[in-house]
Design a protein. Structure first.
Length: 639
C-alpha cells in the first residue's frame, strides 16, 4: 500500500531506506529504488488518467485509474474518479462498487456518500436504483456534514424521485435556511409541483436576487431579469443553475413568452394510462386500438373515438412490469399479434380474431430473458418477421436475435452484440439499399452501433463505414425517416440533454452545445453526413423519444421530440418541428403548451378518429400525478 500524498511518498521511501541500511545496505537500496519506481509509476499514471478524464476519454482513464489502485488500493482520489468515469459511460454498477470501496477506506468521505445517494436514487437507464439504501447513505452523509446544504439537497432530490413531494419540500427548506440558492430553486420547483404557485414564486425570487446582486458586485449592469442569464458559451456555476431554473419557472407561472400555434388538443377519449403505447388495429374494424405498457399491460379498443379497456375481455392475462409493447403479425395469418417485453422476460400473445392466447413457450420465446427494448424485422430475408430484443446480462447488456421460421422462433447461439451499458433503442432498416436491414443499437452514454447480418448468420459492425462512429453519447432514440424525400432512410439521433442545457435553449435561442443537441444525419447510399446545422437542429432538449409524421398533410414528415426525464427532477415542453420542404426543421409548436411544461417518456402516432390527420398518444412519466399535465390521446386540430 502506498502513502496518499507525494510528500508522504518521499518521506516513507526515505524511512524504508534508512531502516534497511542498518541491516542490509545493498538490499535496502534495492528495495528503496523499487519503491521509488512504484511511486513514479503511480503518479505518472494518475496524472495521465486525470488528463484523459478531463478530455472525456473515460474508457482510457478507467484503465489507468485501475492501474493506480493496483499500486495503492486505498488512494481516495483514484477510487472517486474511477467511479465518476464509470458513471460517465453508464457503467453504474461498477461505479457503485468504486464508491463503496471509497467509503470502506474513508467512511467520512462526503463526496463518495453524495455519489452513492445520487446513483441509487436516480432512475437512469441501467442504474441500480435502491431508494432504501440511498436513504441510509443520505442519513450517513448528514451525520458527516450537518453544516452544509448538500446532504439536505440530495435527500430532497431522492424524495422527489420517490414521488414524495411534501417530504422533499421539508429537506429543501433546510437548505433554504442555510441560504443555499439551489435550496431556493428546488423548494420553488417542489412548491410548483404541489400547486402552490405563490410559494413557488417566493422561492424562485431568491436565486434571481442573489444572481443580480452578484452581477452588480462584479460591475455588470442589470436592467431586466433576462440580464442574469450567463453568456451562451459560459459554464454554469451552482448559482447560475439555480437562477436559470428560477427564471424559467417564474415565466411559466407569470405567463408571457413566445406564442405557438396549437397543433394538438387533449382528447377526452376515456383513456387513463401513463406507460408507453403502441397503436394497432387488432380487431380489424378499421379503428386504431392501443396497447399500453407500464406497471401492467393494458389493451384499449377504439370504439368510435372512445377507448374501452378490454384487457381481460380479450383473454390477456395480468402482465406486470412491461417495458415495451409491439404489434407484429409473427405467424403470417393477417392479424396483428401482441408482444410485451419486461425485466421478467418476453410474452407473446397470438391474435385469434379479436381475442388472444399466450404462445410464448410454443413460439420458442419461453427462455428469451429480460427484454427492455425490442424490434421486429425480417433480418434473414425469408419473409417472416424476426425478433431482436435487448436486456441486462451479467456484466452489461446484450442484443439477441430470434429467427422466425413459420411462427416458431429459434433461440440464438450467441448474442448479436454485448455492450457495457443499457440499450435505449433498437431500430432496423435497410440503410444502404442492398435489400437487407441493418440494426441500429443506441447504448446509453456510449453512442450508437450499426450492425449487419452476414449470410452465415454472424454479425459485423458497420458504424465507422456508415460515418457514425463520432456521435453524441446520451442517445435515447434513433429515428429513421426520409426527411428530404430522396428515397433513403435518414437518421435523427435524439439526445437527452442535461436540464440546464434544455432550459438555456428555451431561454437563450442562441445557446449552442456540441454535446447535448440532437443530430440529424443525411443518408447518402449508406454513408451518413451530419446536416444538423444546415437544417436547424441546434437546440438542446431532454428527448426521451422521437417520431416522424406528416402532421399538416403537405407531404413532408415533421418531427416530434418527446421531452422529459427518467426521474421527477425536471419538466420542459415537448417540441414539434415542421419540415419545410426538406430544407429546414423549424420549431413549430410546444406540447402541452408553451407555458405549460411536462415530463413525457414516449409517444406514438395514428389517426384514431378517422379524420385523415395523424393524432398523438403521449405517455406521461408515471412519477408525476395526472393533475400536473395532460397525457393520453391528443387530437390533431390542424385544418
Amino acid at each position: 500500500m502506498l502513502p496518499r500524498t507525494l510528500v508522504g511518498c518521499l518521506v516513507w521511501a526515505g524511512l524504508v531506506f534508512t531502516a534497511a541500511c542498518s541491516t542490509a545496505p545493498e538490499q535496502a537500496a534495492h528495495e528503496a529504488g523499487g519503491e521509488k519506481q512504484k511511486i513514479r509509476e503511480f503518479w505518472g499514471s494518475y496524472r495521465q488518467a486525470t488528463r484523459l478524464r478531463l478530455d472525456g476519454r473515460y474508457a482510457e482513464a478507467i484503465a489507468l485509474f485501475r492501474k493506480c489502485l493496483q499500486l495503492d488500493p486505498e488512494h481516495e482520489d483514484s477510487l472517486y474518479y474511477l467511479g465518476a468515469s464509470l458513471e460517465h459511460l453508464g457503467r453504474y454498477r461498477e461505479a457503485l462498487k468504486a464508491y463503496q470501496r471509497l467509503i470502506g477506506v474513508n467512511p467520512q468521505s462526503g463526496r463518495a456518500l453524495a455519489q452513492l445517494v445520487e446513483l441509487l436514487s436516480t432512475p437512469l437507464p441501467g442504474a441500480p436504483v435502491d431508494y432504501e439504501q440511498a436513504e441510509k447513505w443520505a442519513l450517513q452523509w448528514v451525520e458527516v456534514n450537518r453544516e452544509q446544504a448538500g446532504p439536505f439537497l440530495q435527500q430532497g432530490l431522492l424524495e422527489l424521485n420517490r414521488g414524495r413531494f411534501a417530504k422533499a419540500a421539508e429537506h429543501f427548506q433546510v437548505a433554504v435556511r442555510s441560504g443555499s440558492p439551489e435550496g431556493f430553486a428546488w423548494a420553488g420547483y417542489t412548491a410548483w409541483l404541489r400547486g402552490l404557485q405563490g410559494e413557488a414564486l417566493k422561492m424562485f425570487r431568491g436565486p434571481i436576487e442573489i444572481e443580480k446582486r452578484e452581477r452588480r458586485l462584479a460591475g455588470a449592469g442589470i436592467k431586466a431579469e433576462g440580464d442574469i442569464l450567463p453568456e451562451p458559451g459560459k459554464p454554469l456555476s451552482a448559482l447560475d443553475r439555480a437562477a436559470l431554473v428560477s427564471l424559467f419557472f417564474s415565466r411559466v407561472i407569470q405567463g408571457g413568452g413566445k406564442a405557438f400555434p396549437a397543433l394538438f388538443r387533449p382528447a377526452n377519449a376515456g383513456l387513463a394510462a401513463a406507460g408507453r403505447g403502441a397503436w394497432g388495429d387488432y380487431d380489424g374494424d378499421g379503428g386504431a386500438d392501443l396497447a399500453v405498457a407500464g406497471k401492467a399491460l393494458t389493451l384499449y379498443r377504439n370504439a368510435g373515438g372512445r377507448f374501452l379497456d378490454v384487457t381481460a375481455a380479450t383473454g390477456l392475462p395480468e402482465v406486470k412490469g412491461v417495458e415495451c409493447v409491439l404489434w407484429a403479425d409473427y405467424d403470417g395469418d393477417g392479424r396483428l399479434d401482441l408482444y410485451a417485453g419486461g425485466r421478467s422476460g418476453a410474452r407473446l400473445f397470438r391474435n385469434l380474431g379479436g381475442s388472444f392466447s399466450e404462445v410464448t413457450g410454443n413460439a420458442g420465446l419461453g427462455r428469451s430473458g429480460p427484454a427492455d427494448r425490442a424490434v421486429f424485422a425480417d433480418i434473414d430475408g425469408d419473409g417472416d418477421v424476426d425478433l431482436l430484443q435487448s436486456g441486462p446480462v451479467e456484466g452489461g447488456w446484450a442484443v439477441q436475435a430470434f429467427l422466425n421460421a413459420g411462427g416458431a422462433f429459434s433461440k440464438p447461439d450467441r448474442p448479436v452484440i454485448e455492450v457495457p451499458a443499457a440499450v435505449t433503442r433498437l431500430r432496423a432498416a435497410d440503410l444502404d439499399g442492398d435489400g437487407h436491414p441493418e440494426l441500429i443499437v443506441a447504448v446509453w452514454e456510449n453512442g450508437i452501433r450499426v450492425l449487419a447480418r452476414k449470410p452465415d448468420g454472424r454479425w459485423t459492425e458497420k458504424t465507422a463505414a456508415a460515418g457514425l462512429n463520432q456521435t453524441p453519447s446520451a442517445v435515447t432514440d434513433a429515428l429513421l425517416f426520409d426527411y428530404d424525400r430522396d428515397g433513403d432512410a435518414d437518421l435523427l439521433l435524439a439526445v437527452h440533454a442535461p436540464w440546464e442545457d434544455a432550459l438555456r435553449s428555451l431561454l437563450q435561442p442562441e445557446f449552442r452545445s456540441a454535446t447535448s443537441a440532437s443530430r440529424l444525419y443525411r443518408n447518402d447510399g449508406g454513408r451518413f453526413q451530419d446536416v444538423s446545422e444546415a437544417v436547424g437542429i441546434t437546440a438542446s432538449y431532454g428527448v426521451m423519444e422521437a417520431l416522424a409524421a406528416d402532421l399538416d398533410g403537405d407531404g413532408w414528415q415533421d418531427v416530434i421530440l418527446v421531452n422529459g426525464g427518467y426521474g421527477a427532477q425536471r419538466v420542459e415542453p415537448t417540441a414539434v418541428l415542421r419540415n419545410e420542404g426538406g430544407k429546414r426543421l423549424r420549431l413549430w409548436s410546444r406540447l402541452p403548451g408553451a407555458g405549460n411544461p411536462g415530463n413525457y417518456i414516449a409517444a406514438s402516432v395514428a389517426d384514431y378518429n378517422g379524420d385523415g390527420r395523424p393524432d398523438l398518444f403521449l405517455a406521461r412519466n408515471p412519477r408525476f400525478p395526472a393533475r400536473l399535465f395532460p397525457a393520453g390521446v391528443f387530437r390533431n386540430v390542424l385544418q
